[in-house]
Design a protein around this ligand. Structure first.
Ligand code: KG4
Ligand code: ZN
Length: 354
């Protein structure tokens, strides 16, 4: 595997991620990625149309040891070679977080190595250094996943991330998943909408852009709202069905996706230009979306702003992002966590290390 082209020395850092439905173990040295093993329980949640916490926790328990073994084998290292451990401490599903936390603490004690309990969202920001080298700071980060949608001012990814705005209701990924369900597409819906949209007309239906009119912008300039959009899609589909009109899934997918990407990119660029910041980092599962990547690139370039988005496999949850943040914490001399660090399902972004 290739690294970010920057530091290839430094301690061997193993990162564990279990905040949602992916059991991830990543191994890095500096900003060089050595292994990124992921076991997903997504198929087990499909029939429920969303992640079931108890099912996710059990799946993590079953997957954690084999995933650790696979990561070590992929990286060509032994557990005894690991210098530093990092684990997602939050935010996420409490029971799921506990599995990774327990594993990381056990390893830290057995190996006698320091442990960092890190913020999942900060890890989504840090992961890009594995692909594109040292992070630009300050930067505006747009985090878009199944559970979160926020804009952050990143002064220092290890210590100073400030919330600028967030979703007032559904997360962007949640909106993708719910709209996919309405369209009869499998869970998780994001990748399926992305695929359908490629053959659809993005201006076929004029869906609403939440919190973009002048009055809303006064109070919610950098906030998002996707529940109105989700309802508008559902209403549109219901009306067509009632009238016996066949639904063009590709057109609905493309028009919905366009509305989401329009708002996300507009607000991210506004956040950057209003502060004179020249770099935007995009992370989280929805950052895998092909239209979001293209639109962000195009609109930012027009404003002289650079956009960095990791490859899709590093956008969705994985252990490499946790290891990447761990490596950065070590490089900047941050103090490790105590061994009784809590798994905090609602850990705020202002707490990078628990
Ligand atoms: O970051 P992530 O893997 O897990 C959370 O922390 O939530 O994000 C998962 C979300 C899901 O809602 C999924 O539908 C969405 O990311 N997603 C996408 C794409 N790939 C994954 N959404 C839009 N387009 C995609 N290509
Ligand atoms: Zn995530």
């Amino acid at each position: 595997m290739t690294g970010g082209g920057g530091r290839v020395d430094g301690p061997l850092v193993l990162g564990i991620e279990t905040s949602c439905d992916e059991t991830g173990v990543g191994i890095v040295r500096g900003d060089q990625l050595l292994a990124d093993a992921v076991a997903s329980s997504v198929d087990e949640h499909e029939r429920f149309g969303g992640v079931v916490p108890e099912v996710a926790s059990r799946a993590h328990l079953e997957a954690i040891v084999p995933t650790l073994e696979r990561a070590c084998s992929d990286a060509g290292v032994r557990l005894a070679d690991v210098d530093v451990l990092a684990v997602t401490a939050g935010p996420g599903l409490a029971g799921a977080l506990l599995v990774g936390d327990a594993a990381a603490k056990a390893l830290a004690v057995a190996l006698g190595k320091p442990l960092y309990g890190v913020n999942h969202l900060a890890a989504h920001v840090a992961v890009d250094q594995l692909e594109h080298g040292p992070l630009p700071e300050p930067a505006v980060a747009l985090l878009v996943s199944g559970g979160h949608t926020s804009l952050l001012l990143v002064e220092d990814v290890t210590a100073d991330l400030r919330p600028l705005g967030q979703t007032l209701d559904d997360a962007a990924g949640e909106a993708f998943d719910k709209v996919a369900r309405v369209l009869g597409l499998p869970f998780p819906g994001g990748p399926h909408i992305d695929k359908q949209a490629r053959s659809g007309n993005s201006v076929a239906i004029d869906f609403p852009r939440g919190l973009t009119n002048r009055r809303d912008l006064e109070r919610h300039r950098f906030d998002f709202s996707f529940s109105g959009l989700k309802t508008a899609v559902a209403r549109w589909v219901e009306t067509q069905q009632r009238e016996g009109v066949a639904i063009d899934v590709a057109d609905v997918a493309a028009s919905f996706q366009e509305a989401v990407c329009d708002v996300l990119t507009r607000k991210a660029i506004d956040a950057a230009t209003s502060r004179g910041i020249e770099d935007i980092l995009i992370g989280g599962g929805v950052a895998a979306n092909s239209r979001l990547r293209a639109m962000a690139e195009e609109r930012a370039a027009a404003q002289g702003i650079r956009v960095r988005v990791p490859r899709p496999g590093l956008c969705t949850d994985n252990g490499a992002m946790v290891a990447a943040l761990g490596a950065e914490l070590v490089a900047r001399g941050r103090t490790p966590s105590r061994l009784d660090l809590p798994a905090d399902s609602s850990q705020p972004i202002t707490t990078v290390v628990a």
